[in-house]
Design a protein around this ligand. Structure first.
Ligand code: NAD
Ligand code: TYD
Length: 380
């Protein structure tokens, strides 16, 4: 006897770009595990920052598919839209490191601006070709708080905050209405892509959403960014290059909290709207670095202060933005989102993860990483 097994039709077909990167891998994992009835298509070029090992635990799930492609390859994106009947896009693919953008701005304009435009245009052509048009569709663009420029450090010693147990370092925050004022080639390219996304809503009626998030931290972040770089360097007793005086302030959010916000906004966010995502968790770089050193030393069984001698003040980053601080109250008030982790818990979890996953770290730091590291940090 023969049985015809009919595949369950998926309720949604969601294309996640940049799903092999840091934040993208958390978004893909969350959606694939949470929504059995969604097909999740992870499209990634696998640049130095993309790594399929970030998704080992879900790679065999039936509702997950990986496609290696470049978002700038318009013809391929058009073909994939049809092939997978994509009805939702969560766009994370980007060049994401400020220091690299200072050295090579063209790559940032290509991927972040032209790549986003290519995705928008492919989505437009496909969705407009359907009889239901834009009905039930979503183009969700993931952006950064860096598009707003830099805030002043009006309280260098920090003052009490109504929102968090941790001090704040200035009077202003980035709001959804803050004027764009990007300074680095990275933030300029992200600002430009945000404008294109909004233009596709205003011109063609595409159902778009944009969110601007603060600095993320957590597992699977490529070790060119502050937190994983420093954890790895402490482990190997390498210098910790602190830019300038280490007084710049960043607002840190645990990556899984960002992924949860993305899930909520994708499903419930108001079309054509913008939401800021952040943890009200400002840290001066040097204070954060001291917490990392203390945590790594403790977990490795070293005496307190053992790795403090690794702190090395180096030439400041060109155009280094002084302070980022996000006001995410709109997201809290409208959709009820708030961070689930206190920073102390998040950083402990993160340090443990990197120390327990040395094989992952060794994999991503093999090959060209050494050359890059030497040029970037030792040749400054
Ligand atoms: P990441 O650098 O870790 O990952 C980027 C991913 O995009 C990689 O997998 C890479 O292979 C892929 N990619 C790059 N160019 C591509 C191309 N041309 N075609 C297809 N794939 C390509 O970045 P991340 O930190 O995970 O950031 C993801 C998104 O979130 C970015 O858009 C970034 O601007 C935004 N963001 C990041 C932060 C943060 O703190 N990391 C904060 C706010 C917003
Ligand atoms: P980074 O993780 O690159 O994120 P972003 O530049 O997008 O905020 O850097 C976080 C902060 O740490 C930023 O102020 C620059 C600083 N920094 C250092 O002092 N040394 C380093 O080696 C790196 C990578 C960053």
């Amino acid at each position: 006897m023969f049985y015809i097994v009919q595949a369950m039709p998926y309720k949604r077909h969601i294309l996640v770009t940049g799903g092999a990167g840091f934040i993208g891998s958390h978004v893909v994992r969350l959606f694939t595990n949470k929504y059995d009835d969604y097909q999740i298509i992870n499209l990634d070029k696998l640049t130095y920052a993309g790594n399929l090992a970030n998704l080992k635990d879900i790679e065999n799930k039936p509702n997950y598919t990986f496609v290696k492609a470049d978002i700038c390859d318009f013809e391929t994106i058009c073909r994939l839209m049809e092939e997978f009947q994509v009805d939702g896009i969560i766009h994370l693919a980007a060049e994401s490191h400020v220091d690299r953008s200072i050295k090579d701005p063209f790559t940032f304009a290509r991927t972040n601006v032209m790549g986003t435009l290519s995705l928008l245009q492919a989505a437009k052509l496909y969705w407009e070709s359907k009889k239901e048009g834009y009905e039930g569709k979503r183009f969700y663009h993931i952006s950064t708080d860096e598009v707003y420029g830099a805030l002043e450090l009006t309280h260098p010693e920090g003052v009490k905050s109504a929102h968090s147990t941790h001090p704040v370092y200035g009077d202003d925050f980035f709001h959804e209405s803050t004027k764009y004022a990007p300074h680095s080639p990275y933030s300029a390219s992200k600002a430009s892509s945000d404008h294109f996304v909004r233009a596709f809503h205003d011109t063609y009626g595409m159902p778009t959403l944009v969110t601007n998030c603060s600095n993320n931290y957590g597992p699977y972040q490529f070790p060119e960014k502050l937190i994983p770089l420093f954890i790895n360097n402490i482990r190997h007793r390498k210098p910790l290059p602190v830019y300038g005086k280490g007084e710049n302030v960043r607002d840190w959010l645990y990556v899984e909290d960002h992924a949860r916000a993305i899930d909520l906004i994708f499903h419930q966010g108001r079309i054509a709207d913008t939401y800021n995502i952040g943890g009200f968790n400002e840290w001066k770089n040097i204070d954060l670095i001291k917490v990392i050193i203390k945590t790594v030393d403790r977990l490795l069984g070293h005496p307190e202060g053992y790795s403090s001698d690794l702190i090395t003040y180096v030439t400041d980053r060109k155009g280094h933005d002084m302070r980022y601080a996000i006001d995410s109250s709109k997201l809290h008030e409208e959709l009820g989102w708030e961070p689930s982790l206190q920073f102390e818990e998040g950083i402990e979890k993160t340090v443990r993860w990197y120390l327990d996953n040395q094989e992952w770290m060794d994999n991503v730091t093999s090959g060209d990483y050494q050359k890059y590291y030497e040029e970037m940090y030792l040749g400054r």
